[in-house]
Design a protein around this ligand. Structure first.
Ligand code: ADP
Ligand code: MG
Length: 503
């Protein structure tokens, strides 16, 4: 669909900016007012930790505000409620997938023959699942991502993340900031249209639930982090939220590199890091090949997996979060294997987009032909996380014509392209250090962009194998990006924090 058609379609769903029908902005703001609000919001984020570490600085004490949209984006309330409502079912689904060895093995069989990274994770899984007396309880902190798709006028799931889900803390901060700006715009009566976000508290409660289940006084929560991390504020706020709820609980932050020399198992497979016993291992890294630069890094992941600590996520839940699993779950009859009722099955299915296997089968061949005929209708996804890996539009055809006949195509899945709502909003990005010098430190100015928003719903589930012990939906995040940007990594500066104004 051409952009003007999409905008037209959008106009029928939610009112455009600066029109009398807009729910909170009925007239254009003067430039002076806009700049004043931008300064206020930027400082709000800086002073409430809505920031990233400045990775171009050699010093660890420098942060910059996270890119953000100045005003909350309009999001259909019905769709928002639906996404929240389905989250406990999604939690259960992924917990049960992770517990089903036969399903995971069959599903990933062709993928691991061509994808080394997934194969390395799978080897750890295979080894650990042979182990006697292994820890069967695991914690899943998940985020299910959605677009409001204009082609079907409903939400469609982009993906489910099962490891290192981020932005629960930044989402809360931008949420508070947007409530503040709504007040400044004289719309305090509309505050309830920005739903309160309990994401951070919910996730912290999930971690403590796992901690209590482990039940060893004096033991610690281990945050496994990158050697030097950009998303510092988001991670640290998780830690502080745990410590606020339970001040006595010790939290250790260690990178894989540090754990190579400081982690050990005792004869009962209890994990000790610098002689402190670890109750729960919470990964904020470990999901890209970059996180395993040497064999010793892989060895330490295996060591952690072998331990009796409760993992968030377990290696099997990590594997359950692959795009390949997402694709197989859309096949007829598969959800029925994991869920408890036809209602749960239809709830889940109603948010799925179409995904297609590219395995070396006749179905795979047909999917390749379909994508070659109209590549603009599809997205090609490898088994990677963290953004920047997918292939769109004409490139889908060129990649598929290269690997179309080759088993390498089993490393990808094909997905229908989604067409999210487009709306205009003001984006503010932090200056890079270079720009600061050039401009003599002048403030950045906000600029209007046609943007699309992606809703993420958080949830956690504590389970013992396929048995669900605790299952909660906890809050949301909204990330938006200019509509012509295909992938909006916030850390990469393309996407930006946002929050929903429900309409
Ligand atoms: P990753 O695990 O790298 O985050 P995603 O599947 O979430 O992979 O894709 C990254 C981004 O690409 C999404 O945030 C979204 O902006 C865009 N994207 C993913 N799938 C689609 C799709 N089917 N249609 C349109 N855009 C998509
Ligand atoms: Mg994603």
């Amino acid at each position: 669909m051409a952009n003007h058609e999409r905008l037209h379609k959008l106009n029928n769903v939610v009112p455009q900016w600066f029109t009398p029908e807009h729910p909170y902005l009925s007239e254009p703001l003067s430039e002076q007012r806009l700049l004043e609000l931008a300064d206020n919001e930027r400082d709000f984020l800086l002073l409430h930790g809505g920031c990233f570490r400045s990775m171009d600085s050699a010093h660890d004490d420098q942060v910059r505000f996270a890119s953000f949209f100045m005003f909350p984006s309009l999001f259909p309330r019905k769709a928002f409620d639906k996404a929240r409502h389905v989250q406990p079912v999604m939690n259960k689904l992924y917990a049960r997938v992770a517990a089903d060895r036969e399903f995971l093995t069959d599903t990933l069989k062709a993928t691991i023959e061509v994808d080394d990274f997934t194969a390395s994770l799978f080897r750890i899984y295979a080894e650990v699942s042979q182990q006697k007396n292994r820890q069967c309880v695991s914690l899943a902190v998940m985020r299910s991502d959605y677009f409001y798709d204009t082609h079907c006028s409903d939400i469609r799931q982009v993906e489910v993340n099962t490891i290192a889900v981020s932005f629960a803390a930044l989402a809360r901060t931008i949420n508070q900031c947007h409530r503040y700006v709504l007040g400044q715009l004289g719309c305090e009566d509309k505050m309830d249209r920005i739903p309160e976000n309990e994401s951070l508290q919910g996730i912290a409660e999930g971690m403590l639930c796992a901690y209590d289940h482990y039940g060893v006084p004096g033991s610690a929560l281990l945050f496994v982090v990158e050697d030097r991390c950009a998303n510092l504020c988001d991670q640290r706020f998780h830690e502080f939220a745990v410590c606020r709820l339970r001040p006595g609980v010790r939290v250790l932050r260690r990178s894989h590199t540090q754990l190579i020399t400081s982690a050990r198992l005792d004869h009962l497979n209890q994990l000790f890091v610098d002689d402190v016993q670890v109750a729960v291992i919470y990964y904020r890294t470990g999901y890209t090949p970059r996180d395993y630069p040497t064999q010793a890094h892989w060895d330490v992941r295996l060591l952690l997996e072998r331990s009796s600590s409760i993992k968030c996520p377990s290696i099997q839940l990590h594997l359950a979060g692959t795009k390949k699993v997402q694709q197989v779950l859309t096949r007829p009859g598969v959800l029925e294997r994991f869920l408890d009722s036809p209602e749960e099955v239809s709830q889940c299915r109603s948010v799925f987009a179409n995904l297609y296997s590219l395995d070396m089968t006749s179905d795979g061949d047909a999917a390749v032909q379909m994508a070659l005929r109209s590549p603009e209708r599809f997205v090609l996804k490898p088994q990677r996380e963290g953004g920047g890996n997918n292939v769109y539009g004409r490139e889908v055809a060129s990649v598929l014509s290269q690997v179309g006949e080759d088993a390498g195509r089993c490393g990808f899945v094909l997905m229908d392209r989604l067409w999210p709502l487009v709306q205009r909003n003001y984006l503010l990005r932090p200056p890079s250090l270079g720009q600061v010098e050039e401009n003599g430190g002048h403030r950045q100015t906000p600029f209007p962009v046609d943007s699309v928003t992606e809703l993420g719903i958080f949830g956690y589930v504590l389970c013992n194998g396929s048995q669900i012990m605790e299952n909660k939906c906890c809050g949301f995040t909204l990330r938006s990006k200019p509509e012509d940007v295909q992938e909006g990594g916030i850390a990469a500066g393309l996407g930006a924090m946002d929050s929903p104004f429900l309409v």
